[in-house]
Each structure stands twice: as C-alpha cells, then as structure tokens.
Design a protein around this ligand. Structure first.
Ligand code: CA
Ligand code: CA
Length: 358
C-alpha cells in the first residue's frame, strides 16, 4: 500500500503491491496438530481464547499470491484475542482517556518525510504538508487496475473521526471498526488497554479457527449455502459496488458469523495490523528452519515495489476486496502497509498473552 509521505509530495505511484489473482490457500500437511490447550481462566472482557497449536502457515497453491509462499510449519502458544475489530466507540474511550492524537491528525514534518524519499526530492508547497489520510474514492468510470491512485485519494482532514474527510463523521458508526489508524496508533491503543498487536503467525493461526488447510476461515466455499460470510466487495472493482452482502463500506462489527474460535470479521470489513514487519523473503527463511516457534517477523521490512518504505503486515482483507481484484479475504493472504499510512479500510484488534501484562 502506498505511503502517506509519497502521496503528500505527489511523487511516484508504483504498481499495486498485490496483483489480481485467484483465491486459493494452503494445503494442510500431516504435521498439522489440533489445538487443545485449554483456556487458562476466565476470558478478559471482549476477548476469546485462541488455543496454541502447530499449523501450516501460508500457501503453496500456485494461484495464491507469491508473497504467501512457501507454506511452512509454525507453532504458536495460546493467547487471548479481541473478538472484534476495535470500534470507534472503543477508540474514543482511549483518546478521551489519554488525549492521544493519531498520525492522520498530525501535520507532516518535512524533515521526517525526507528520510523516506529519494534523495533530491524537492520540498512540496506548504499547502500540501497538512494532516490527512487516504480515502477510497471510486472513479466514475472503469479504470486500469494497476494504478491505485485512481481510487485512493489523499484527503486533507480525513482521520478516524472524519473517515471521508471534512464534513463526514462517525455518528451512527460507533460499532463500526475504527479506520485511518497507522501502526503506531494501533500499538498505542493496545498498550493502553494492557494488550498488544498480534504477531502475523498468531493472527493467521487464529483466523483459521482450528480448520486445517481450508481456503477460507469458515471452510472450503466462499459462500456456503449461498451466504456471505464476510464484508467484502461485490461488483466491478472499483467503480460498481453492488453491496450484495449488505454493506458498501464498513459494517458494524458482528454483522457476519464468527469463525470457530468466536472471532468476528477476522476476514473482511477492515484490514488488521499485526506487529510483524513485512518482508517478501521472510517465509522462505522460515521454511528453511523447519518448525518456527512463535515467530515474531523479520528484522527488516522489504517490499521490492517500494523498497524505501517501512511496512508492517496487515491481514484479513477488507470491504474493498473483490473477486476481480485484491482477493485477500483468505487466512493466508497478507500485504505490507506503510507504517505511517492511515487508510479508510485499515483498522486492528489486540491480543493478550497469558500471565503477562500484555
Ligand atoms: Ca460489502
Ligand atoms: Ca477484519
């Protein structure tokens, strides 16, 4: 996903990170083990128990995206996980208690922006150095799907309280997931709540709900019995959003059935931050080590499409994932998102380890 900084200076808009593709997922292996670790006690409010276990992470299916491969064996300990994405109501409790100001609400500093831009990039006019975020703004006519600047618009004044920019608000959306949340915003909330962001491995383990080798979090079919199981995009992306699943943009959390661990919207609605850096080489490195136990991500971010940008992994896809573009409504799907980017389809949920403050 593009970085806010690059948009601010209106420079390079590189090819989209994720190309079109088919929807498939990992095949389970004989090494998958059913998770049996019992809950260690009463669940913290709003959280569910994710039992530890060993599983096949990623995908070897040639129809998956390249950065989902190779599949590799991972083991994670049990942990607690928020049963829903963090909502506007919850995030307001946090900002009311702490006075926290999100990245999207802060005026960008040119001295900081320069560090992630090609040498010699000229300073933009001060009128461009304003607080804002990226808002999904569908074009009126069909456009090439390899240029996401056609539908992502840098919008001064857009932030979690004004998701579509000035004039919009979140009245009536208190149970919707909070959006326009950058990585450090998500971390700050989780720390305030005595929690932390999930690792990428924890997130994928949890999203599978104990099912082995299934392409979807709920089983083998995208629409079992003809029912939508997650808030995604129907129609012709990005122009025509038919909202056959009932929602054109974000949906109130719990609008769709939970997975078998009791997690709502773990697929779709909004992308969710994890604590892992995004590096396209990381899965290959893990696969060479055999079983990876509680992996915490690579030491360095690397996305060849935007090598200067520090990215963290986001997971689960969003209300903008369509079957003709960005087929990321699957447990193995992943993308790198610029650490400072707020987007109208990115939020988060937190986890909590057993026997620790977080
Ligand atoms: Ca939808
Ligand atoms: Ca989600």
């Amino acid at each position: 996903m593009m970085t806010k900084k690059i948009l601010v200076v209106a420079t390079v808009l590189t090819a989209v990170v994720i190309a079109c593709g088919d929807k498939k997922n990992a095949q389970s292996t004989a090494s998958d083990q059913h998770a049996t670790e019992p809950p260690p006690g009463e669940a913290p409010e709003g959280m569910v128990w994710i039992p530890g276990g060993q599983f096949t992470m990623g995908s070897n299916d040639p129809r998956s995206y390249e950065h989902e491969r190779p599949a590799h064996m991972v083991k994670v300990d049990g942990f607690w996980m928020d049963e829903t994405e963090v909502t506007n109501r919850q995030f307001k409790e946090f900002t009311d208690a702490t006075g926290y100001v999100t990245v999207a609400e802060r005026k960008p500093e040119w001295e900081e922006l320069q560090k992630q831009l090609p040498a010699g990039t000229p300073k933009p006019h001060d009128s461009l150095l304003v607080a804002g975020s990226l808002v999904f703004t569908p074009p009126k006519y069909a456009v090439s799907l390899d240029d996401y600047s056609q539908w992502w618009k840098w919008t001064p004044g857009a932030n979690w309280k004004h998701p579509e920019g000035p004039g919009s608000d979140i009245e009536g959306k208190w149970d919707h997931p909070v959006v326009h949340i950058a990585y450090e915003d998500a971390r700050a909330y989780c720390e305030w709540a005595g929690k932390r962001l999930p690792t990428e491995a924890e997130w994928e383990f949890a999203s599978r709900g104990g099912l082995e080798g299934q392409p979807y979090a709920w089983g083998p079919e995208f629409m079992p019995a003809g029912q939508y199981m997650a808030n995604t995009f129907q129609g012709g992306f990005p122009v025509t959003n038919t909202a056959e699943d009932g929602f054109k943009d974000t949906a109130p959390v719990r609008s769709f059935p939970p997975n078998d661990y009791g997690l709502y919207d773990i697929i779709g609605n909004v992308w969710e931050w994890t604590s892992d850096l995004f590096n396209v080489n990381y899965y290959s490195e893990l696969a060479r080590t055999g079983l990876a136990v509680n992996p915490k991500g690579p030491d360095k971010s690397f996305d060849p499409n935007e090598p200067l940008v520090v990215k963290y992994v986001t997971r689960g896809g969003s209300y903008l994932c369509a079957n003709d573009y960005c087929v990321n409504y699957r447990p193995s799907a992943r993308q790198g998102t610029a650490f400072d980017s707020g987007l109208s389809n990115v939020g988060f949920r937190c986890v909590k380890s057993v026997g620790s403050g977080q």
